[in-house]
Every structure is written in structure tokens, then in C-alpha cells.
Write a protein that binds this ligand. Structure first.
Ligand code: GLU
Length: 307
């Protein structure tokens, strides 16, 4: 398949749509990212990459980091992790407090904010303090992407903290139900820091390769998850990766994928390849408008969906 030609055709077709949607402004440091940006990268089993647009430019990965923290925590806790967080789609906005209240402080899944904060809390417990937990998360991302220089943007993390009342409320609510072990403020700060990691589509697409190949990175041969864990992480991405628009995304695109409010989306075609796309303007559910469209065009043009 001529992946480069396919990516170029997608870029041309989505260019008129780049102005649609709205850049996330509830995190002020993200509001200044220009709308017109677009990048998309495909990584094959061999590590060979095909890219279009601003594919080497780093952006805020935001909730895409939740795939990496979920993988890391599953590796340490196995099934015990599911005592603290479920695997059901939420059908609610990513930062909803209401559902958490009537479900007694157990978040629906690890990709809504409450679930991801619970996973960060589990990692802080495992590594004994928040600094070591953050270092372990960054180290994991560096290993799966093969990029030693990956780090987080302090300005974005601070900006989230300044406007983080809802996430702090989610953590406090979990604590009131006994589903939170560490200090709320420092744990939520750690969550904001891993959301503020910056990566390019080249780096993200490369980092996701282990999930396309049963937990093993086919380039380095390193194992980052068991086949069963990889299967489950992909299943949770398919059913919960796009908040309350997960059903719509599965319907239009048909791939396990995870979005972030920085406008990035990562996706995998199991056994074939991994993908990343970036376009900062978001639809009303908080998912990249043009990024979703680009992935829909990808599966339509290539027939590479899981269905
Ligand atoms: N750091 C963001 C928040 O907690 C993540 C949201 C997202 O990317 O969906 O609000």
C-alpha cells in the first residue's frame, strides 16, 4: 500500500476543515495553539514511518498519556487495578462529578479524568512518592517511543493546576469514598504533569507500536505489556477512548484509539501499524475535529479497520 500517497490525499481533503471546531481554552496555556496545524504519521512493524504536515512538532499529549499510565499500572497491579477503576464507557463528559458520586467513587474507566487520576494515585503508591512516579511515567514514555528527550511542559502543567478545581474535586470525592491513597494535591499535580508531556505525531505513532503488536515493540523486541493486557488496553481504547463520543468514533473510524484535548489522537491497527494525528481544534466532545475526520478517511481509503 502507498501510505505516503494516502496520507497526502487525506491532508488535501481535510485542509478545508482545519478551521472547524475550537481549541481547548479551559487550560489557558493551550488556547494559544494556532488552529491551522495538522500532522499525521503512520509507523509500520519495521519502524518505517510515513508522515505529512507538522509531524516533528511537539504538542501537548494530554489524555493520550492515560494510555501509558494505564499500561504501566496494569503491569504493576494486574487485575487488582480493577478494584479501583472499571472498564465501562462512561457516556458522560470526561470530567463529570455526578457519575462518580452515584457510583461510590469508583470511576467508570481509566480514560476519564477520575479514572486516570486514580491510576496516577496507584502509581504514586507503587513508586512510594510522586517524584519517582513521574520519573517512571516519563521513563516509560521514553522507552516506548525510543526518544530519551521527552519531557513535560511546565507552563501547561501550571496552567492546569491553576484551573484544576474540577479535577481536584474528583480526587477529593474518590478520597471520601476510600478510593484514594495519597495526598490529593501532589497526586493531581503529578497527573497534570503527565498530561502536559509534549510529543510529535512521529513520536506518538512510534510509541503506540507495542499496542499494535500484542504488547511487544517489534522494532526493539522489548515487552511492554502481556498479550492479554495489550488486548484489554486496545478494547478500552475502542470503547472508552473518546469520552462520551466513543461510540460515534468506533462507528466512523473502527479502530482502538485515544484522544487528548491538545488535539492529538493515537490509534492502532492490530498486527499492522500504529498511527497518530494532530489538529488542535476540537469538536464539542473534546476530540480533534479534523483528526477524527482524517482517521475516518484513513480507514475508508485503506479498509484497515478492525471490522
Ligand atoms: N489534563 C486534561 C484535564 O484533566 C486532560 C483532558 C483530556 O485530554 O481529555 O482536564
Amino acid at each position: 500500500m502507498d501510505y505516503q500517497a494516502i496520507l497526502e490525499a487525506i491532508r488535501d481533503e481535510i485542509t478545508p476543515h482545519l478551521h472547524k471546531g475550537k481549541v481547548a481554552d479551559y487550560i489557558p496555556a493551550l488556547a494559544s495553539v494556532p488552529k491551522g496545524k495538522f500532522a499525521m504519521t503512520i509507523t509500520l512493524e519495521s519502524g518505517e514511518q510515513f508522515s505529512v504536515g507538522e509531524h516533528a512538532e511537539r504538542f501537548s499529549i494530554q489524555s493520550i498519556s492515560k494510555v501509558f499510565t494505564f499500561t504501566l499500572a496494569l503491569g504493576h497491579y494486574g487485575r487488582r487495578l480493577y478494584k479501583r477503576v472499571g472498564v465501562e464507557p462512561s457516556g458522560n463528559p470526561f470530567n463529570s462529578l455526578v457519575q462518580l458520586e452515584y457510583e461510590h467513587g469508583i470511576p467508570r474507566n481509566p480514560f476519564i479524568n477520575a479514572g486516570a487520576i486514580a491510576v496516577t494515585d496507584a502509581l504514586v503508591s507503587y513508586y512510594k512518592d510522586e517524584y519517582r512516579a513521574l520519573e517512571a511515567i516519563l521513563d516509560f514514555i521514553r522507552q516506548i517511543s525510543g526518544e530519551a528527550g521527552i519531557t513535560f511542559d511546565h507552563e501547561v502543567a501550571n496552567s492546569e493546576m491553576e484551573h484544576g478545581d474540577r479535577n481536584l474535586a474528583l480526587a477529593r470525592l474518590m478520597k471520601s469514598f476510600g478510593n484514594f491513597d495519597n495526598e490529593v494535591l501532589s497526586t493531581v499535580k503529578t497527573y497534570f504533569k503527565h498530561c502536559a508531556v509534549t510529543m510529535s505525531t512521529d513520536e506518538l505513532s512510534r510509541a503506540m507500536l507495542y499496542l499494535a503488536f500484542g504488547g511487544i515493540d517489534p522494532v526493539s523486541g522489548r515487552k511492554f505489556a502481556t498479550p492479554s493486557q495489550a488486548k484489554r488496553i486496545n478494547a478500552v481504547m475502542l470503547t472508552c477512548g473518546h469520552y462520551d463520543a466513543s461510540g460515534e468514533f468506533a462507528y466512523h473510524v473502527g479502530l482502538p484509539a485515544k484522544s487528548g484535548v491538545g488535539g492529538g489522537i493515537v490509534a492502532v491497527v492490530p498486527g499492522r501499524l500504529s498511527l497518530a494525528v494532530w489538529s488542535p481544534a476540537l469538536n464539542k466532545h473534546g476530540n480533534s475535529y479534523a483528526g477524527t475526520l482524517a482517521l475516518e478517511k484513513f480507514t475508508t481509503k485503506t479498509g484497515l479497520s478492525i471490522f
